[in-house]
Design a protein around this ligand. Structure first.
Ligand code: ATP
Length: 376
């Protein structure tokens, strides 16, 4: 399912050069974005980056200062929220406290004048979808947070909107429940084939649920790509730093060709070779970034003959170890002078009877030609 790779595919949601200003503050800055039908799309960014404002403009609660928003090919300018084929599920759930679960789900359908029998059938379908059949007669205060969240989801989906907008939908749930609910959301989206747009500041959540992610900062989109692309090939220092853990090293370009790039690491005293090409010129300083799990760590330093330089390899000394259960994270001090600290993650695939590596161990750190990315 990769409609964004098909240049003839029509976007289902389109932001065209959208700017939103509040007074002289620019919350969304000349932003363009295409989202396709049946996509599960995430807007990801830190607090205040403008992601909720994007969603509110799409829902019709705010209007753009400049630019155009199209939904299903139609310009949404002047179309009130209730006439848009989109429905929003709020962070607070906003359930009616005096109504039962059924009543909450049926509310919008009744307002639309749907026939009673059809309402009953739709409510039953929604209760099944969110696995709340045994709780149909309960009031919101008789439910857990997770169950209330599912009622809100059922209510938002009852009218079968073409787009469901989810604003930090799982923010109030504890970690385990949040993870479970993420998989439920994915299943529901798959079953209904509705386009889902989620706003979240939680990168793990965006990576788990979304087909594609837009990483936002200060009203702008920094990168739009699949979770794997965002993680493996971030396009900027901002995205590299924002998503997951990463080692950033300064390096000077020694040579470039179609086959790749050779750099001299500034603090590491080794060369870095990559098959990635760069627009940077020889002598330029760039950033090279490698994820910790792509760095091998082995006991013992590696000697190099006089006059030769290590490539994608450096000696270090462990100064900290964080045992995380599934993995251990090693922090090694490398390089001369100020040096830098390099993090490497090692999967704990067998039970740690004896620690293979420990504090103050001298180690060799190495990584492959395709392990990292150049960020200019
Ligand atoms: P959060 O995760 O904290 O909700 P966000 O990325 O969703 O952040 P927005 O709610 O889109 O951020 O807000 C973006 C910026 O616009 C913020 O600096 C916010 O203070 C400002 N802003 C949002 N709504 C208004 C408003 N009605 N009037 C003035 N400023 C606003």
């Amino acid at each position: 399912f990769t409609p964004w790779e098909d240049s003839s595919a029509k976007p289902f949601i389109e932001f065209r050069n959208v700017t939103k200003r509040f007074g002289d503050f620019t919350a969304v800055d000349n932003l363009s974005l295409k989202i396709y039908e049946r996509e599960f799309f995430a807007l990801l960014g830190g607090s205040g980056c403008g992601k909720t404002t994007m969603m509110r403009m799409l829902a019709g609660f705010e209007s753009p200062t400049e630019g155009q928003i199209l939904l299903d090919g139609q310009d949404m300018a002047g179309v009130p929220p209730y006439k848009r084929p989109a429905n929003m599920m709020f962070q607070s759930y906003a359930l009616f406290p005096h109504m039962s679960v059924e009543g909450n789900i049926a509310f919008g359908l009744k307002q639309d004048g749907m026939a009673k029998a059809d309402i009953a059938a739709r409510v039953a379908e929604m209760l099944r979808l969110v696995k709340l059949e045994p709780f149909a007669k309960r009031k919101p205060h008789q439910l857990s947070g997770g169950q209330r969240q599912r009622v809100a989801l059922a209510r938002a989906l009852a009218k079968r909107p073409k787009v469901l907008l989810l604003d930090e939908p799982l923010g109030a749930l504890d970690r385990k429940l949040r993870e479970e609910t993420q998989f439920e959301l994915m299943n529901i989206q798959e079953e209904l084939k509705t386009t889902f747009l989620i706003v979240t500041h939680d990168q793990e959540e965006a990576m788990t649920v979304a087909d594609r992610i837009a990483v936002m900062d200060a009203g702008k989109i920094m990168q739009v790509a699949t979770p794997a692309e965002i993680y493996e090939t971030p396009n900027s220092r901002f995205v590299a730093d924002f998503i997951g853990d990463i080692n950033l090293m300064e390096a000077r370009v020694v040579s470039t060709s179609e086959d790749g790039t050779v750099m001299q690491a500034v603090a590491l005293g080794c060369q870095i070779e990559t098959s990635q090409t760069t627009t940077a010129a020889v002598g330029d300083t760039v950033w090279y970034a490698v994820r910790p799990e792509k760095i091998r760590i082995e006991l013992g330093e590696t000697e190099h003959a006089e006059g030769t330089t290590a490539v994608n390899q450096t000696n270090g000394e462990i100064w900290d170890i964080a045992y995380m259960g599934d993995v251990s994270i090693f922090h090694s001090h490398v390089g001369n002078g100020n040096g830098v600290s390099i993090r490497s993650t090692v999967a704990n695939v067998t039970r740690l009877v004896e620690r293979p590596l420990t504090w103050d161990d001298k180690v060799t750190l190495s990584w492959g030609r395709d392990a990292g990315v150049i960020l200019t």
